[in-house]
Design a protein around this ligand. Structure first.
Ligand SMILES: [Zn+2]
Length: 85
């Protein structure tokens, strides 16, 4: 199994982070602003495509923030199945 970290910025300037796995599923979404980190549920859309979208529910401003990513540009790293949650 492998995962890639994706990052973006919300309109409210919170930093949005999530993990994407090889199957295109988003997990561990979170948002960080001014040293505070909160859970930000993330969902991947069109995740079979080279280009896909990830939506975060930003806990700081309540927006549903949608960002596009290119799969080929992601830095994948292996994760042992033992450590998978
Ligand atoms: Zn926000």
């Amino acid at each position: 199994m492998k995962v890639a970290i994706i990052r973006s910025v919300c309109e409210c300037q919170a930093r949005l982070v999530a993990e994407i796995d090889a199957g295109g599923r988003a997990a561990n979404g979170r948002a960080e602003m001014q040293g505070e980190a909160l859970v930000a549920p993330a969902n991947a859309l069109n995740n079979e495509d080279e280009y896909f979208d990830v939506g975060w529910q930003c806990p700081f401003c309540g927006r549903n923030t949608l960002r596009s990513f290119y799969r080929g540009a992601l830095a994948w790293r292996p994760v042992s199945s033992d450590s998978a949650a």
